[in-house]
Design a binder for this molecule. Structure first.
Ligand code: SF4
Ligand code: SF4
Length: 498
C-alpha cells in the first residue's frame, strides 16, 4: 500500500444554477492576459449539449485519454515511439473554431464616431486578428439551448440512446437541461503528464495538484491532445501551454480556489483524500464496468490505523491525515456513495466527482397528500426526462444501475425530510425507502446538512499546506527529465506516469 494525499473536489449538480460566476472569477484571476483570451480553465456547459471545445467528449475526433492493453494502458493520441518519431505531427488538436474566436467590442466608436444620421455602434472585433468578425460561437454559446437541433442533438452521450428516448428529451414543451461545471480533474493517472515529451507537466507530491512548468514547456502541445477533458490549453502569445492550477497560491494561504469560493449555488466541495497509488495501473486498465468501483476503492479510510501508519511512512503529515478525516469529498464519495467521476472510461482517474442531478423528479400534492404513484416512490425516476442511459454515459461508463442507486438515495433523503417537515408521507413509506437504499435517519440528516446547510468550513476543508514538508513527487512519464532525475522523495516510480 503506497498511501498518498490528493486534493479532490465534488460538485453537486442539482445545486448548479448555471450563473457562470465561477468561470468569471477564474478568468479575472488567471486568464485575463494576451494569448489566453479563448481559455476558460473553469467553464460551465449545458447538458445535453456539445460543450467547450465543441464535442470534447468525442474521442474518435480528439483521441484523448487512455486505452487498455493487457493489464495496462496506453495513450490514445500518442505513445513513446509515435511521440518521438512524429513530434511535429498533431492531427487531433482542437482548432480555434472548436473553441471559439475570442472577441471584444470596439467601444471607442461609441465616442469617436463622427456626427451622422445613424447612432454609432460598437462592432465586435477579433481578439486575435483585431479585425471585425461576425460572432458565431462562444464558450457557452449553447447555454440553456438544450432542445435546439444544433447543440443537444450532437451531444456524443446521446449516440446509443433510442430515437423514442430522444424524442421525449427534445420535445420542446418538455425541454429539460442541467449544467456541468468543469475544471481540470487533477487526475491520478493524468494523460497530460504522461504525454509531455519535455516533462513539463508534473503532479505535486504533497497534494496531487497537476502543474505545468512554464520554463520547461516547449509547446509540443501533446498535453492538449492527450487530455480527454481538453483542460490544457495553448497560449499563442507566450508559446507555452497552460492549465488550471487549482489556485494553489490560494490553497497555500488557506483559501479555497476562486471558482469554489465564488460559487453562488454553493455546489462545490473540496477536501483531501488518501489513496493507494499502488492501484493506479490496475484500476486504470480495469474493464469498463469495474472502473467506478475500483477508483472508489483506491480512496482509503483515513481513520484506518494501517492507512495512517503507511501514510506517515510516506511522509504525509498528520495534520493532512486529520484534514482527510474531515473531508466532505470523502463523505460524499465513500461514506454515502453519492459521487461519481465524469467519463471514467477515459481512464485518467479524475479526482473531481459529481453528484448527478435528480432533475424534475418530483411528486405532486393531491388534497394535502403527497402523491406517490402506483409504481412506487422510485417509479418517477424512470420518467425522468433525461434518460438514465444518458446520465450513465456521463458518469458511469454506461452503467445505469450505478446512477440509479445514487438517484434513489437522493430521492430517499427528500422523502425523509418531507415526511419530517411537511408531514404528508407515511412513516412506513419512508422506512421502506431508507431500507431499500441502505440509508439511516442519521445519514439522511448528515446528507441534508452537508447538501443544504453547510458552512464555508464544512464545504472547504483546505488542508494545511506544509511546504516545508512537501516532497515533490513527480508523476512523470518515461520521458520526463524530472522523473529520470528522481527529484524529491519518491524516486524510482516511473510507472506512476501511466
Ligand atoms: S488529463 Fe486530467 S490532470 Fe491532465 S489536464 Fe486533463 S483533466 Fe487535468
Ligand atoms: S458559480 Fe456555482 S452555481 Fe454558478 S455556474 Fe458556477 S458552479 Fe454553477
Amino acid at each position: 500500500m503506497d498511501v498518498r494525499a490528493q486534493v479532490s473536489m465534488m460538485f453537486h449538480l442539482d445545486k448548479c444554477i448555471g450563473c457562470h460566476t465561477c468561470s468569471i472569477a477564474c478568468k479575472n484571476i488567471w486568464t485575463d492576459r494576451q494569448g489566453t483570451e479563448y481559455m476558460w480553465w473553469n467553464n460551465v456547459e449545458t447538458k445535453p449539449g456539445t460543450g467547450y471545445p465543441t464535442k470534447w467528449e468525442d474521442q474518435e475526433k480528439y483521441k484523448g485519454g487512455w486505452e487498455p492493453i493487457s493489464n495496462s494502458v496506453k495513450l490514445k493520441a500518442t505513445d513513446k515511439l509515435r511521440g518521438l518519431t512524429n513530434i511535429f505531427h498533431q492531427p487531433h488538436l482542437p482548432t480555434i473554431d472548436d473553441y471559439y474566436e475570442p472577441w471584444t467590442y470596439k467601444y471607442e466608436d461609441l465616442f469617436n464616431a463622427p456626427a451622422g444620421d445613424d447612432q454609432p455602434t460598437a462592432r465586435p472585433i477579433s481578439l486575435i486578428t483585431g479585425e471585425h468578425i461576425d460572432i458565431n460561437a462562444g464558450p457557452n454559446w449553447d447555454d440553456d439551448l438544450s432542445g435546439s437541433g444544433i447543440y443537444a442533438r450532437n451531444d456524443p452521450n446521446l449516440d446509443d440512446i433510442t430515437e423514442a428516448e430522444k424524442q421525449v428529451l427534445f420535445e420542446i414543451e418538455r425541454l429539460v437541461f442541467f449544467y456541468v461545471p468543469r475544471i481540470c480533474n487533477h487526475c491520478l493517472n493524468p494523460a497530460c503528464v504522461a504525454s509531455c515529451p519535455s516533462g513539463a507537466l508534473y503532479k505535486r507530491g504533497e497534494d496531487g495538484i497537476v502543474l505545468l512548468d512554464q520554463n520547461t514547456c516547449r509547446a509540443w502541445r501533446f498535453c492538449i491532445s492527450a487530455c480527454p477533458y481538453k483542460k490544457s490549453y495553448y497560449n499563442w502569445s507566450t508559446g507555452k501551454s497552460e492549465k488550471c492550477i487549482l489556485c494553489y497560491p490560494r490553497l497555500e494561504s488557506g483559501q479555497p480556489p476562486a471558482c469554489f469560493h465564488s460559487c453562488v449555488g454553493r455546489i462545490r466541495y473540496l477536501g483531501i483524500v488518501l489513496y493507494d497509488a499502488d492501484k493506479i495501473e490496475a484500476t486504470a486498465s480495469a474493464s469498463e464496468e469495474d472502473l467506478v468501483d475500483l477508483q472508489k476503492e483506491m480512496v482509503l479510510d483515513p481513520f484506518d490505523p494501517e492507512v495512517i501508519k503507511q501514510a506517515e511512512k510516506n511522509g504525509v503529515h498528520f495534520s493532512i491525515i486529520e484534514a482527510a478525516q474531515k473531508s466532505p469529498v470523502y463523505k460524499f464519495l465513500k461514506v454515502w456513495n453519492l459521487a461519481l467521476p465524469l467519463h471514467p472510461e477515459f481512464r485518467t482517474l479524475p479526482m473531481l466527482f459529481y453528484i448527478p442531478p435528480l432533475l424534475p423528479v418530483l411528486g405532486h400534492v393531491d388534497n394535502g397528500i403527497y402523491n406517490i404513484d402506483a409504481e412506487g416512490y422510485f417509479g418517477n425516476l424512470d420518467k425522468a426526462r433525461v434518460p438514465m442511459k444518458y446520465m450513465a454515459n456521463l458518469f458511469t461508463a454506461g452503467d445505469e444501475e450505478k446512477v440509479r442507486n445514487v438517484l434513489e438515495k437522493l430521492l430517499a433523503v427528500r422523502l425523509y425530510k418531507r415526511a419530517e417537515q411537511v408531514n404528508d408521507i407515511s412513516p412506513d413509506l419512508v422506512k421502506e425507502a431508507l431500507e431499500k437504499t441502505g440509508l439511516t435517519p442519521e445519514m439522511c440528516e448528515d446528507i441534508y446538512r452537508l447538501t443544504a446547510l453547510p458552512t464555508y468550513e464544512e464545504r472547504f476543508m483546505v488542508p494545511p499546506m506544509l511546504r516545508e514538508y512537501a516532497a515533490e513527487a513527480i508523476m512523470g512519464d518515461p520521458y520526463s527529465f524530472k522523473a529520470e532525475a528522481g527529484v524529491g522523495g519518491f524516486k524510482g516510480r516511473p510507472e506512476r506516469g501511466l
